[in-house]
Design a protein. Structure first.
Length: 275
């Protein structure tokens, strides 16, 4: 660990899988800002690793299990106490870069262990200003000692110490298109369904029928998604579909577990299956 009075150095940490098209911009946005870049890749099948190494990043490979675990592993590989967590579809804005550069020169205030940063999302050709996607503050610059990521998906960072704010934004170039959005909903909903099944939640079919309606209303009406035009409508619609899908998948997992339990009971006591 670096001494308390050392010059503030930052490790930029990025997890990747098949991000050859978006990683170069993410890496370029931290050039001259980060004192090292660590890329933890989940065995990409494209040029992601080649691009990362060519940029001077230190690259490690780790099989992906869930987002919280992957980000914890990546954080542990950092050489410096301060970590800037960035996804491959994110960029450090010029204003944020200036703010972090000034912070490195001046040092953080006593007791501050993390900084929350505004994230601005670009979707379907426009910057989203409403829909529950903005404002979207994320803790992304933090001391790695006393920090840990929690959650399989939509992971959150727990930190020990005070959290301050920084001006500027992380620019989030999320889903490439609607097809990409749907693919990720399918992947994310499977992870969420596992959590729901493990927690033993009840009334899954009722939740799958009713909650999507409230999800749509929340994004499109309460969060003013209608002001984001077509993009706002799509966000609300696909968010409601994601809600339905995770509960339907959890219901499927629950039924499969019951079938396995019955089959196991029959195998252990064949006579129980006779009439």
């Amino acid at each position: 660990m670096e001494p308390e009075n050392a010059v503030m150095k930052i490790s930029a940490v990025i997890i990747t899988r098949n991000e050859e098209d978006r990683l170069p911009d993410a890496l370029a946005s931290v050039q001259g800002l980060a004192d090292e870049v660590v890329v933890v890749d989940s065995h990409s099948g494209d040029r992601t690793v080649e691009i990362a190494r060519a940029s001077g990043a230190r690259v490690l490979q780790k099989r992906f299990e869930n987002y919280g675990q992957q980000k914890n592993f990546a954080m542990e590989q950092a050489s410096h106490e301060w970590v800037l967590n960035l996804d491959a579809d994110e960029r450090v804005s010029p204003e944020l870069k200036r703010a972090i550069t000034a912070l490195k020169e001046e040092g953080p205030a006593a007791g501050v262990a993390a900084f929350a940063i505004q994230r601005r999302t670009h979707y379907l050709g426009r910057w989203i200003r409403h829909s529950g996607w903005y404002p979207d503050r994320k803790v992304r610059l933090f001391k790695r000692s006393g920090a840990s990521w929690q959650g399989r998906i939509h992971e959150r960072l727990n930190v020990s110490g005070a959290t301050a704010s920084l001006p500027g934004a992380i620019l989030h170039y999320t889903y490439r298109d609607i097809s990409d959005h749907l693919r990720r909903i399918d992947r994310y909903s499977s992870l969420q369904a596992q959590e729901i099944a493990e927690k033993g939640k009840k009334l899954l079919l009722g939740r799958a029928c009713l909650l999507p309606v409230f999800t749509f209303a929340r994004h499109y009406l309460l969060k003013l998604g209608f002001l984001d035009g077509l993009a706002g409508f799509v966000i609300a619609l696909l968010s409601s579909w994601a809600t339905a899908l995770k509960y339907l998948k959890a219901l499927e997992l629950k039924k499969s577990a019951r079938r396995r339990g019955r089959d196991q009971a029959t195998d252990e006591n064949p006579a129980s299956g006779l009439r």
